[in-house]
Design a protein around this ligand. Sequence first.
Ligand SMILES: NC(=O)c1ccc[n+]([C@@H]2O[C@H](COP(=O)([O-])OP(=O)(O)OC[C@H]3O[C@@H](n4cnc5c(N)ncnc54)[C@H](OP(=O)(O)O)[C@@H]3O)[C@@H](O)[C@H]2O)c1
Length: 347
Amino acid sequence: MTMATYKQIESLMGTGPPAGAKQMQVMRWASKNPPKDPNASFSGKNVLITGSNTGIGLQAAIKFAALDAAKVILAVRSPAKGEEAKQKIIAATKRESAAVIVMQLDMSSFESVKTFAVQIQAQVDRLDVAVLNAGIAPPKYATEKTGWESALQVNVLSTALLAILLVPMLKDTAAKAGRPSQLTITGSFACQYVQPDELKLSPGEKLLEKMTSPEHFNVEKSYGQIKLLTQYVMKGLVDDYSYDVNGQVDVAIDVACPGYCSTDLGRDFPWYIALPTKLMHLYCARTAEEGSRSLVSGTLLGNAGHGKFWTNDVFTDPGIMVTSDEGKKLQRQAWKEISDICKQKMG
Ligand SMILES: NC(=O)c1ccc[n+]([C@@H]2O[C@H](COP(=O)([O-])OP(=O)(O)OC[C@H]3O[C@@H](n4cnc5c(N)ncnc54)[C@H](OP(=O)(O)O)[C@@H]3O)[C@@H](O)[C@H]2O)c1
């Protein structure tokens, strides 16, 4: 690492929550101690961010535009909402219209992901940073047209396929720039609390088939499990799609968690979940703007963040289901299943 890079990473780092703090104490601490607001320049860099019409993604897009990114590409399910977001970004940053590009992407569909990955190459000639942020937290069991449970489809399978399809463009840009491109996936601290017994498999059983079954869905546990799979996808991408070139990776890949934030994520919650969620927001949530700082800083870590989990301005233990032998074994199985599905969709 060069001295300049080392200084930049140092400037992003914080203390993290007090050692030994329990989950609720960490959340309360996090709401009182928002991440540092990164001020590095993205000049000359093209930045893609999915799920950027609202919430944490929109706030991150505003920051990338304010930090002078050459182009900020908003990958959004609804072009109309994307245009609205673009106007908000322009109003907040005074950037010219051409600096913000709206592109349609529906992560519930493999076909939409594939189409998007082709179309982005016609829109921009380089991709320096990709933030795969779009995600849902469904309060009840539902499936997409693909047949997979909704969050498994949007947050995991489509995210993995998009990452794989973007890698060539990221590598090409890295080769031109002589420094790593960046792929950051939005994760959650919820992955830290998944317990081994939640995902025990019988001999021969497939993890994704278990997780997509209606009997497995659990409103309290499924989101953490989905975000555990985000960690598994990141590790799989690191192992299979990132290479060392002259002592630095060509594509640096990490997971960044914004912390608990007040956003639209619970928009479909029934009142009996929405009400306690509102109270929790009052007690211990960050704003979407505060949370988005971790996404932006997560894209500035390069080699130093490669393969790591970034939250609260520190590299964080993602939990036993990532670090234990059992977790590592499950990661290998999960990634094989996920990458097999992606390869099959890529034809
Ligand atoms: N809020 C938190 O406390 C928290 C904590 C940790 C991690 N996260 C993660 O942060 C990310 C952003 O969440 P948020 O809190 O900002 O929630 P949000 O306000 O609901 O934003 C979610 C974004 O994802 C998009 N999206 C959902 N389904 C999509 C699909 N099928 N195709 C394309 N885009 C889709 C949404 O688009 P539409 O508006 O069109 O639906 C929206 O832009 C998620 O990955 C979430 O899991 C959130």
